[in-house]
Design a protein around this ligand. Structure first.
Ligand code: CO8
Length: 260
C-alpha cells in the first residue's frame, strides 16, 4: 500500500511515523486510519530489526487535532458504531504492538488525537503540547477509547472533569497527572522518544513484548467499557446536537445545543 497521509521513516530500526495532514492539523480521516491499520497490521510486523515506533504530527502546531470533523458532516448516524469500533480496532493494534510505540506530542492532541496518543505505550510532550477530549463541545463523546484510557491514565475524577468540560490540559499539568511520561523543550520530543526506544532495544525483546501484553490484559480484561462506548457513541451520533456541534465548528460559530 502506498501511504499518502502518513510518512514512515526508518532510521536504524526506529520508525518515525508522521501523520501528514498539516493543513488540517493532522486530523484523522478514513485514509489516515486505513494507512495506520496497514502499517501496524502488515508493514511493521514484517520489518526486520525493528526497535520501536514513534508517532508524531507534521508541522509545528498539532500532533493530531482530532477526527476529521468535516468528514462527519455527511455522516449517517447508522454508521457511527462501525466508525467508532473501527477506530478502536486500529488503536488496539497500536496498543497491542509488541515493540514500544511512543507518541511524540508536538502540539495539539485533541479528541481522536489525544486518543491516539493514549493508545501508544508512552507519551513524550513538547512544552507546547495541549491535550483534551473536546467531543462534548460537538455534542458527542469520545469514540476511539477516550472514555476508557483517560481514566486509566489520570484517574476517574480528573478524567470525568476533562471529558465533561472539554477543557484542554497543558503539558506540565499532563505530566503532573500522569498523562505524559516526560515534558521536553519543543522540538526535542522525537529525540527523547528515540533515547527511550534505544534503551528498551537493549533489553530482552520477548520480555518487552510480554510486559506490553500483560499490562494490556490488566486493563482490558474485566469490564468491557469499550463495548459500552460503542453503543453510547452510536446513540449520540443520531442526535441533532451532534449535527449542530459539527456544523457550528465548520461555520466558526457557537453551537446552540438543544439536548435532542
Ligand atoms: N477536523 C477537521 N479539520 C480540522 C480539525 C479537525 N478535528 N481541527 C482543525 N482543523 C482544520 C480547521 O478547520 C482549519 O482548516 P481551514 O484552514 O481549512 O479552515 C485548520 O485545521 C486550522 O485550524 P484552526 O484555524 O482552527 O487553527 P487554530 O490554531 O485557530 O485552532 C485548534 C487550533 C484549537 C486545534 C482548533 O482547530 C480546534 O479546536 N480543532 C478541533 C478540535 C476538536 O474538536 N477535536 C475533536 C474532534 S472530534 C473527535 O476527535 C472524535 C473522535 C471520535 C470520532 C468517532 C467518529 C465517528
Amino acid at each position: 500500500m502506498k501511504y499518502e497521509n502518513i510518512l514512515a521513516k526508518n532510521v536504524r530500526g526506529i520508525v518515525t511515523l508522521t501523520i501528514n495532514r498539516e493543513k488540517a492539523m493532522n486530523a484523522l480521516n478514513k485514509h489516515v486510519f486505513n494507512e495506520l491499520e496497514h502499517f501496524f497490521a502488515v508493514s511493521a510486523p514484517k520489518k526486520k530489526n525493528l526497535k520501536g515506533i514513534i508517532i508524531t504530527g507534521a508541522g509545528e502546531k498539532a500532533f493530531v487535532a482530532g477526527a476529521d470533523i468535516k468528514e462527519f458532516l455527511d455522516f449517517k448516524g447508522d454508521d457511527a458504531m462501525d466508525v467508532s469500533a473501527r477506530g478502536q480496532g486500529v488503536f488496539d493494534l497500536i496498543e497491542k504492538f509488541s515493540k514500544p510505540v511512543i507518541a511524540a506530542v508536538n502540539g495539539f492532541a485533541l479528541g481522536g488525537g489525544c486518543e491516539l496518543a493514549m493508545a501508544c505505550h508512552m507519551r513524550i510532550a513538547s512544552d507546547r503540547a495541549r491535550f483534551g477530549q473536546p467531543e462534548v463541545n460537538l455534542g458527542i463523546i469520545p469514540g476511539y477509547g477516550g472514555t476508557q484510557r483517560l481514566p486509566q491514565l489520570i484517574g476517574r475524577g480528573r478524567a470525568l472533569e476533562y471529558l465533561m468540560t472539554g477543557d484542554m490540559i497543558g503539558a506540565e499539568d499532563a505530566y503532573r497527572m500522569g498523562l505524559v511520561n516526560h515534558v521536553v523543550p519543543h522540538g526535542e520530543e522525537v529525540k527523547k522518544a528515540k533515547e527511550i526506544i534505544e534503551k528498551i532495544a537493549s533489553k530482552a525483546p520477548i520480555a518487552v513484548a510480554k510486559i506490553i501484553e500483560c499490562v494490556d490484559d490488566a486493563y482490558n480484561g474485566v469490564l468491557d467499557g469499550f463495548d459500552s462506548e460503542v453503543r453510547s457513541f452510536g446513540a449520540v451520533a443520531h442526535s441533532e446536537d451532534f449535527k449542530e456541534g459539527a456544523s457550528a465548528f465548520v461555520e466558526r460559530r457557537k453551537a446552540e445545543f438543544k439536548g435532542k
